[in-house]
Write a protein of this length. Structure first.
Lengths: 145, 223
């Protein structure tokens, strides 16, 4: 492989590693339980979520956050900051014959598992990234009137 | 190819492999959780922590057999509570302006109960309910039996069943709760004191339809 190309690959891999390591990985896994049902399984660097807040049109974000949401965001920020310190734990579990929902914290990630009559959803979201998104939204929120 | 260029190529290749390995390591760290989808929730077995957790378990006795479990660390509850300033809730303190407690000196009652001997203080036996309040080993214990017949048996043909409510509150928690002004409940201070206990059964409700249990311990999960 020519050296310049190798350098570009190296730079790309290093950047990808930095991006992934910075905020962690978001994982979404959806499996439908019927013939021909879709199966979506994606990994995304959590940095994408934090970038998303900055890339979204500011006016639209402000419009959505108008009203009393700023206070809710402040409470969410405090809660998420506290959750970052938590050990692995199961926060909520709802179980019945047809459904099973579980929200847990594992290795600094929110885990959401849903089993709805065989349809499966698994979401993994770094708590730190969630906190950063909330902080960014709070900064963008219009002041309370 | 000159020797210096070969050396540079080898170094770049080694760095590329290292970066790839790092990236794979990060991705593989995330991968095992994918297996979790579809599996029954595995119980987290975290090492015993000094953090106290508040647990709520609700079990419905209906056909679906619904079960709800909530685990909240007391520190989280306290921090979030302290950050809320809305309506009657102000940084962990609840204002009870409309509670009509002016005529009752709750602090005096608590003081009297605290200094008194263990025993049964209140017993009310009525047609609809029995209420029993007693003090035991620094705890205030309340036992209520509701016989009003509001709680219909799942099998409608069967007669209504009783509802049993048990509440257990350490007196020091009650003291902390009423440690503020006359029209205030200091929930934050009560949680602080509550967190000093290792294991405590707080509330238990049982009727024909539901079982509710609220307790506190150092475990992050429910058994």
């Amino acid at each position: 492989m020519p050296v310049p190309l190798m350098g570009k690959v190296l730079l790309g891999m290093t950047l990808a590693t930095v991006v992934v390591m910075k905020d962690g990985v978001i994982e979404v896994n959806v499996q439908e339980n019927h013939p021909g049902g879709s199966h979506i399984h994606i990994y995304l660097p959590a940095t994408v979520a934090t970038w998303g807040v900055h890339l979204a049109p500011e006016a639209r974000v402000r419009e959505h956050l108008r009203g009393k949401d700023r206070e809710g965001l402040a409470i969410a920020r405090v809660a998420l900051r506290e959750m970052e310190k938590l050990p692995d734990a199961e926060l909520v579990e709802v179980e019945s014959l047809k459904e099973h929902v579980r929200v847990a914290i594992s290795d600094g990630n929110f885990l959401v598992d849903v089993n709805d009559k065989g349809d499966l959803v698994h979401i993994r979201f770094p708590v730190r990234a969630a906190r950063k998104v909330v902080e960014d939204l709070e900064a963008d929120a219009p002041p309370e009137t | 190819m000159p020797a210096s260029q070969t050396k540079r190529t080898v170094i770049i290749a080694a760095l590329a492999i290292l970066a790839t390995a790092l990236l794979l390591a990060v991705l593989l760290r995330a991968a095992p959780s994918a297996q979790a989808a579809g599996q029954t929730a595995a119980k987290t077995e975290a090492p015993a922590s000094v953090e106290r957790w508040l647990h709520v378990a609700v079990t419905c006795k209906n056909e679906d057999g619904e079960r709800v479990r909530v685990n909240v660390p007391i520190s989280l509850a306290r921090t979030v509570l302290n950050s809320i300033q809305k309506g009657d809730l102000n940084h962990g303190i609840v204002h009870i302006n409309n509670a009509h407690v002016d005529d009752i000196d709750i602090r005096a009652i608590l003081k009297a109960v605290r200094t008194a001997q263990d025993g049964e203080y209140v017993t009310v036996e009525g047609r609809d309910s029995n209420v029993q309040v007693r003090k035991q080993a620094g705890m205030l214990l309340v036992h209520i039996v509701d016989k009003s017949g509001k709680h219909v048996h799942i099998d409608k043909a069967k007669p209504p069943v009783e509802e049993n409510v048990d509440v257990k509150v350490p007196l020091e928690v009650a003291d902390a709760l009423f440690s503020g002004a006359a029209d205030e409940l200091n929930v934050s201070a009560a949680l602080d004191v509550l967190a000093k206990h290792d294991h405590l059964e707080l509330v238990s409700v049982q009727d024909s339809e539901n079982t509710v249990r609220i307790w506190m311990d150092t475990k992050t999960t429910q058994d």
